[in-house]
Design a protein around this ligand. Structure first.
Ligand code: ARG
Length: 283
């Protein structure tokens, strides 16, 4: 006897086997974290920051990665650089090459020196862009390609410089809403070929390119996007995401991923969450 069954997209996702791959992350403890200036709409210098709580929340994130079997290297925090906890912005490391950040705002310029030093000491070949680039805030690796954001921080001209150094096909996407000022606030890479994003954060032309490049992408709701829900770190199966992004967590489960919620509410006061606090070293 032959039986036919028609699976819904969600059933197909749930039964799809997602494979985790061990990763290498770099993080900086928020020992000097504060909101002393405002360079994005989330930063309000009047709101008090609890640095001790930020450290506790950050430590939970570090332990979560270690429990999932990933390597976590630490960078020494530098006093006077309150945003240094957002390690993703330190650069983009792929293979032996480390593209060192070139920050848009002078308040963060010192971080490029600190992260550049770390990269050199760990044996990576540093390269510098002429134009502004804010590292993995705007430059996300998806398998063999690079997804690059522009509009608020990273200069579109830096995309070309980086594409040449890394020799990878690079696709540029324009961000249009200041709340989603880095690509990693509006788009999440879940595995080598799967992404999730928040369409209103992108220009019309970029939405068309995203739909063409990733027809099976997960589109998230405003409530999740505004909870920084897309600012996630995935190993291909386990997706570490802000605990408040419950709608996106359900979508991830439906698609066969394992969402792991972590609360980084204190770090949100600086306009960052899980991914911002994590620089992935790509092999
Ligand atoms: N306060 C920092 C800034 O505005 C937050 C950076 C967040 N990092 C990220 N990868 N989105 O630059």
């Amino acid at each position: 006897m032959t039986s036919f069954s028609v699976a819904t997209a969600s059933e197909a996702g749930r039964h799809r086997r997602r494979e985790a791959r061990a990763r290498h992350y770099v993080m900086t403890p928020p020992a000097h974290f504060a909101v002393e200036y405002s360079i994005n709409p989330w930063m309000d210098i009047e709101t008090p920051v609890d640095t001790a709580l930020a450290l506790i929340q950050w430590e939970t994130l570090r332990r979560t990665y270690q429990a999932l079997g990933h390597i976590v290297d630490l960078v020494e925090p530098v006093s006077g650089l309150p945003d240094m906890v957002y390690a993703a912005n330190g650069g983009l490391v792929v293979g032996a090459t480390a593209v060192v950040a070139n920050f848009a705002y002078p308040q963060r310029a010192g971080e490029a020196v600190a992260y550049g030093d770390w990269m050199v000491r760990h044996g990576y070949e540093p390269v510098w862009t002429r134009h502004t680039n804010e590292g993995q805030g705007d430059l996300l690796v998806a398998g063999s390609i690079l997804l690059a954001g522009y509009g608020f921080r990273t200069d579109r001209r830096a995309h070309g410089e980086i594409a040449q150094w890394l020799g990878r096909p690079t696709y540029s996407f324009e961000l249009v809403d200041p709340r989603f000022y880095h690509l990693d606030t509006a788009l999440a890479v879940l595995d080598d070929t799967t992404v999730a994003y928040y369409p209103p954060a992108f220009s019309n032309a970029s939405r068309v390119s995203l739909r063409t490049l990733f027809p099976d992408a997960i589109e998230v709701a405003s409530s999740d996007a505004y909870a920084f829900g897309l600012n996630v770190v995935s190993d291909g199966r386990n997706v570490v995401l802000p605990a408040a992004a419950t709608g996106f967590a359900a979508q991830l489960r439906d698609a066969g991923f394992n969402p792991v919620g972590v609360d980084l509410s204190e770090l949100l006061k600086g306009g960052g969450s899980i991914k911002c606090c994590t620089l992935e070293v790509h092999s």
